[in-house]
Design a protein around this ligand. Structure first.
Ligand SMILES: C[S@@+](CC[C@H](N)C(=O)[O-])C[C@H]1O[C@@H](n2cnc3c(N)ncnc32)[C@H](O)[C@@H]1O
Length: 462
């Protein structure tokens, strides 16, 4: 039997008048497991918990997140006692999801032992004339030196140690501890896009206690794994706590992270096999997940050269402005009667022609690509949901070339056009992460004061 929703929490929801609290990432930063890997424009774990509690019921459900990022929804799904399936196209985020969701399987004593081995290895190598075998990835080109020489030496020692770890789960955990801290001691920072520290007015990092940063992260992980195991255990007949999860038994709870584009869902999932969908696809704000994770993708060995990232760009939900701005005119591939979506894209297309691909035509191409993928997502939702199943899709609105785009409303209409019921659209907060990208004058021109950026929960039912 699944753990039951906490009645106190349900009451709280009713009192608040809104079913969902904090769909932005904010509170994730301090919560066990969720705090491991920072990721932009996710939703908070409490939002997913609220959603799962509202779906209620004793039976185990299968919950899908088609754009699972670093696995917020999936971790909460496992904690809630349901089966979790996620798609994620970015290999670094997929690794983070996989490691986080299955972290209860990590043997804690072995982890503590490996942390102690790391400390010994590091202390030994740093105090000798050790020449590390690990090097900066050859294809990873940056405008500034990514690591200062002293930092690079320390990073290389850490990477040499990671190579010695035999247990694949522990190795992945160490890789994640490195990858989630690696920008901290580099000459780059997230602003929120990856930028040179000097450009952001920050000093370069000439030296840094790299091992402390990685060990600090590993200790946090060990603490959270103990918590996770506790949450996932139940008291047996004899009063002992026993693990609730057992992946070797077919009838037990399962989780699966598919490192591929969601649009290839038919290769992995049967139609009508999912009870609920909880997701947040990339917003129409051109946040470039692939460029911003280049350090992790190269240093973890997921990319050796720029071409290795090409397929991520073209298969990314909504494409990127940089990918489509110079292409022939891109139009909507579906009809959406009774809306002004087509007209609004036409308005954008006509703006600032003197700017060439940087003017309206490039942004109209980007918006059309984005809504074409919204249509494909809606089709995927209809295909995969069981009859009566629900989908919660968190999207952000947008302002392109000063023109406001209520993405939530258009997405609701698109969903209706493919046969889904639009239950409601809720706007819980009126600000959001990553505003600076879209507010940038270079990109969009001046947005009118009255135009606000917000995120919305679009609730759909099949
Ligand atoms: C808004 S984020 C989701 C964050 C997630 N809710 C979390 O809490 O971590 C959108 C994610 O979609 C991923 N993505 C983009 N295109 C995709 C595609 N075609 N298939 C699967 N994932 C994709 C991006 O890499 C990004 O991680």
């Amino acid at each position: 039997m699944k753990p039951q929703p906490n009645p106190g929490q349900k009451l709280l929801l009713e009192k608040r008048g809104s079913a969902f609290d904090d769909p932005a990432f904010a509170s994730n930063k301090t919560l066990p497991i969720h705090r491991w890997v920072p990721w932009i424009a996710g939703f908070a774990s409490s939002f997913v918990r609220d959603a799962l509690n509202l779906s209620g019921g004793e039976n185990r459900h299968t919950i899908l997140d088609p754009f699972c990022g670093v696995g917020t929804a999936l971790v909460e799904t496992v904690l809630h006692g349901d089966n979790a399936i996620g798609f994620e196209i970015n290999p670094y985020a997929a690794l983070a999801s996989r490691v986080k969701v299955s972290a209860y399987q990590i043997p804690l004593e072995a982890l503590q032992g490996e942390i102690a081995n790391f400390q010994r290895f590091y202390a030994d190598k740093i105090s000798s004339n050790y020449l590390p075998k690990s090097q900066s990835p050859k294809g990873f080109k940056t405008r500034s030196e990514f690591y200062s020489p002293r930092v690079l030496h320390k990073v290389a020692i850490a990477l040499d140690f990671i190579q010695t770890i035999d247990n694949p789960r522990l190795k992945d955990l160490f890789r994640l501890a490195f990858a989630s801290t690696m920008v901290l001691y580099s000459n780059y920072s997230y602003e929120p896009s990856l930028s040179r520290r000097v450009t952001a007015g920050k000093a370069e990092i000439l030296d840094f206690p790299v091992e402390e940063a990685i060990i600090g992260k590993l200790r946090e992980m060990a603490e959270d794994i103990a918590w996770y195991r506790e949450q996932l255990s139940e008291v047996g007949m004899n009063g002992d706590r026993q693990p609730r999860l057992d992946c070797d038994r077919d009838s037990w709870q399962k989780h699966k992270i598919i490192q591929d584009s969601f649009f290839r869902y038919s290769s992995y999932l049967e139609p009508e096999s999912v009870d609920s969908i909880v997701t947040s696809p990339p917003y129409l704000n051109n946040y470039h997940y692939n460029r911003n994770t280049r350090p992790q993708l190269y240093w973890l060995g997921f990319a050796q050269k720029p071409q290795d990232l090409k397929h991520l760009e073209t298969a990314n939900f909504g494409k990127f402005w940089q990918t489509v701005r110079g292409q022939e005119r891109i139009d909507l591939e579906f009809a959406l009667p009774n809306t002004d979506l087509g007209d609004r894209l036409e308005t954008i297309r006509g703006l600032n022609p003197e700017k060439g691909i940087y003017g309206g035509s490039g942004w109209a191409n980007y918006a059309a690509s984005y809504f074409n993928d919204c249509y494909r997502l809606a089709k995927g939702i209809v295909n995969l949901l069981k009859p009566g199943g629900t989908a919660l899709v968190v999207v952000g609105n947008s302002i392109l070339q000063g023109v406001s785009i209520p993405t939530d409303q258009y997405f609701g209409k698109i969903a209706e056009s493919v046969g889904l019921e639009l239950v409601r659209i809720e706007i819980p907060r009126a600000t959001r992460v990553g505003n600076s990208i879209i507010r940038s004058d270079v990109r969009v021109g001046k947005a009118k004061k009255s135009q606000k950026l917000y995120e919305a929960i679009v609730e759909l039912r099949k």
